[in-house]
Design a binder for this molecule. Structure first.
Ligand code: KIV
Length: 270
């Protein structure tokens, strides 16, 4: 039996209502129907088909090689495992170079991948794309802070927004994304003090990964928190399998820890 209190389908407006109520949003990535079903049953509200699949499923060294067809394929698989959770699917590298291409690719993720929302990385440079996609009735999630698709430009996976100018730019980008019609924003690897300020600066839900526990919700790469990912686990993640007997219990423990503000703890925070 499912562990969450309501079986009502989660929508973008329900995520907003959760922010208003001060109720934390639990999110994890999934790449196939079986994992998606476990996450859905454990009460995860937002399931993200992340382009992290390039690294954790395909074994590549970054998300850059992932294609729109691969995203649509995994999104379709994940959609079959979900009853309640909102399905958010990443638009991969170079799938939104201009508003028309962005809209065409977002449509592929909606029509072939059965996504409920698409996620794009960046601020100022992608505002027109966001406006255009939203204008066609497709909900958009932004992604600020560390942008994995820009890893070659950033020179590595580093904490972002540490100096005042960068921090100010991230907050301005969040406000602009809200203005452009975004329904939510993922913020990755920024100081918790900045994430707290940013979360208070906009009305749309802020979902953090490596951004402290003052965000409206949390997201992790599921393979990291289940200790499946090869190599070193990122500082901001936690092995929830350590105290759980099986994957379902580990995911439920994560959901409870997010809801109770027990995760992330200080040791997972910048
Ligand atoms: O691709 C992904 O898994 C993501 C998370 C890091 C939020 O975007």
């Amino acid at each position: 039996m499912s562990q969450h209190s309501t079986s009502k389908k989660i929508t973008n407006t329900e995520l907003s209502a959760m922010k208003t109520r001060g109720e934390k949003i639990a999110s994890l990535t999934a790449y196939d129907a079986s994992f998606a079903h476990i996450l859905d049953q454990a009460g995860v509200e937002m399931v993200l088909v992340g382009d992290s699949l390039g690294m954790v499923v395909q074994g590549q060294s970054s998300t850059v090689p992932v294609t729109i067809d691969e995203m649509a394929y995994h999104s379709k698989m994940v959609s079959r495992g979900l009853e309640r959770a909102l399905l958010v699917t990443d638009m991969p590298f170079m799938s939104y170079p201009d508003p028309q291409t962005a809209m065409n690719n977002a449509a592929i993720l909606m029509q072939q991948g059965y996504a409920n929302m698409v996620k794009l990385e960046g601020g100022q440079p992608i505002l027109e794309c966001v406006q255009h996609i939203v204008g066609q009735g497709i909900p958009v999630c932004g992604h600020l802070g560390l942008l994995p698709q820009s890893v070659n430009q950033l020179g590595g996976y580093r904490v972002q927004g540490k100096d005042d100018a960068q921090a100010k730019a991230i907050i301005e980008d969040a406000k602009s994304l809200q203005q452009a019609g975004a329904s939510a924003i993922v913020v990755e690897c920024i100081p918790s003090s900045l994430a707290k300020k940013l979360t208070a600066s906009v009305d749309i839900p802020i979902i953090g990964i490596g951004a402290g526990n003052d965000c409206d919700g949390q997201v992790l790469v599921s393979y990291d928190m289940l200790d499946i990912t090869a190599g070193k686990r990122p500082k901001f993640s936690k092995n929830f399998m350590l105290e759980a007997g099986n994957i379902s219990d580990a995911v439920s423990a994560y959901v409870q820890a997010v809801k109770n503000k027990k995760f992330p703890a200080d040791e997972h925070t910048f």
